[in-house]
Ligand binder design. Structure first.
Ligand code: EPZ
Length: 419
């Protein structure tokens, strides 16, 4: 078993470079199934979710050449099966994108029920509603999803809930459909724009991504023969911004799109941190105890749920009592029990948590319950006095490229140890 051992407290200082966005990349990879040919994808994050995605695509018949740890050339000319490996597809959430992509490409797909972080109920009814409106027949049986369509036909689709996954999945299934699809009440996250940009580069006709109405004019074919670079990961960037505040450090975060980070920037300034926005890099520093705050997570451009645990570490050390209301996921406060083991004073009731700020955290053995909880514990360990041992690293490795290396370069005393 592996664990991270962090010795603190250390104010994080220096420069860190952000990787490609996990949540864009895990959608762009299945989107290559729409191309009857070859394309190159660059700036892929080197994380386990990407490796699993590539293995699944290979099992479906794609040929992948690794040009570097961050770039692949993928040939999807010969897709040989419509059955995705159940064990692998059940391992992570984004396997649901295979449904939209394979419905477009082959008119049929069988996948395992998507897995991923345990954040409470994660229904996919809006995805299924979209596929069915486009003309597919979808059944869920024995832990598998079967989807089949003789022909997909564009139509208006109103999303009852703002969903990142359903918006992207419906986009994937509509690109090659006959006629026009209009997704209303669409999600607006930067990764939705990135997937649309990728598909448009390959020949799709998608307009309005990044607003709540996306119009997709079906095209006959995507040609490929192009290179696309994945957008920088705004959640990784936000993680380092909050790490700078929690540890009272000073970080220059390079290769990010600061426009994607406005809600985080605003909160950091509100609690007394400092931010210098350079457009494609951002400097964050803090030399005093942060002030209390009230946070509500919301779909983009609101404060992201995927930065809620990292902000929770900052607020557990703030002056006064803070409140976080988690409006997206039912169970995203599991990390608060781990922070309490480190001396935090957090009370979580359902989707609200109260953070009575303490002056310091102290090291303890802690368990990461999901990806962002794991990142929060790395920040907490760096800010805390003494030694913190972090377990369940498989969650962190799913979404953060070489986390200990990046933290070590900015001063953290962190080691990965095999027990
Ligand atoms: C994506 O999950 C991200 N995952 C999540 O990131 C992120 O937390 C989430 O969006 C919200 O930003 C990927 O992109 C792979 P949703 P997704 O559909 O698409 C409800 C991380 O840490 N809903 O936007 O699965 C749902 O229950 C991960 O990187 C339905 O009711 O999220 C939730 O309350 C964790 N029916 C809300 O909508 C549906 O059909 C938003 O979910 C779909 C969703």
């Amino acid at each position: 078993m592996e664990k991270l051992v962090v010795k603190g407290p250390t104010p994080l200082k220096g420069e860190v470079t952000i990787s490609g966005a996990k949540n864009a990349a895990v959608a762009i990879l299945p989107a290559t199934l729409l191309i009857d040919g070859v394309c190159t994808i660059e700036n892929l994050p080197n994380i386990s979710d990407i490796k699993i995605s590539c293995t699944i695509l290979e099992k479906l018949g794609a040929k992948i050449t690794w040009n570097s740890p961050h770039s692949i050339t993928i040939d999807t000319s010969h897709i040989t099966t419509t059955k995705a490996p159940l064990d692998l597809t059940s391992k992570f959430r984004a396997s649901y994108y295979l449904i939209g992509a394979m419905l477009s490409r082959k008119g049929e797909i069988e996948v395992g029920m998507p897995g991923g972080c345990k954040l409470g109920a994660r229904p996919i009814d809006q995805h299924i509603k979209g596929f069915e409106l486009l003309g597919a027949n979808v059944t869920v049986e024995k832990g598998r999803i079967y989807a089949k369509a003789k022909k997909l036909k564009g139509c208006p689709i109103y999303m009852d809930i703002v969903s990142v996954g359903a918006t992207i999945n419906v986009m994937l299934s509509a690109v090659l459909a006959e006629g026009t699809t209009i997704i209303d009440n669409a999600a607006k996250e930067p990764h939705i724009v990135d997937v649309a940009n990728f598909l448009n580069t390959m020949g799709a006709d998608i307009r309005g991504a990044g607003t709540d109405v996306i119009k997709i004019n079906g095209v006959k074919k995507l040609e490929g023969n192009a290179t696309y670079s994945v957008v920088p990961d705004q959640i990784e960037a936000g993680t380092f911004m909050l790490a700078a505040v929690a540890t009272r450090g000073d970080l220059l975060i390079k290769n990010c799109i600061t426009k994607h980070l406005e809600s985080v920037t605003a909160k950091i300034i509100e609690i007394g941190g400092n931010v210098e926005d350079n457009g494609d890099s951002i400097r964050v520093w803090c030399n005093k105890r942060p002030n209390r705050a009230t946070i509500k997570t919301l779909p983009y451009p609101g404060f992201p749920t995927d930065l809620q645990p990292q902000m929770g570490v900052v607020l557990s050390l703030a002056n006064g009592t803070s409140t976080i209301n988690e409006s997206i996921w039912d169970s995203r406060f599991q990390y608060t029990e781990e922070l309490n083991k480190m001396g935090a004073k957090i009370t979580a009731h359902g989707k609200t948590a109260f953070f009575e700020g303490v002056k310091k955290l102290t090291g303890a053995p802690v368990y990461s319950s999901d990806l962002r909880a794991g990142a929060a514990l790395v920040i907490a360990g760096t800010a805390a006095e003494g030694e913190t041992e972090i377990y369940n690293l498989e969650h962190i490795d799913r979404g953060y490229e070489n986390i200990e290396e990046k933290f070590r370069k900015i001063g953290a005393k962190i080691e990965r140890v095999t027990e």
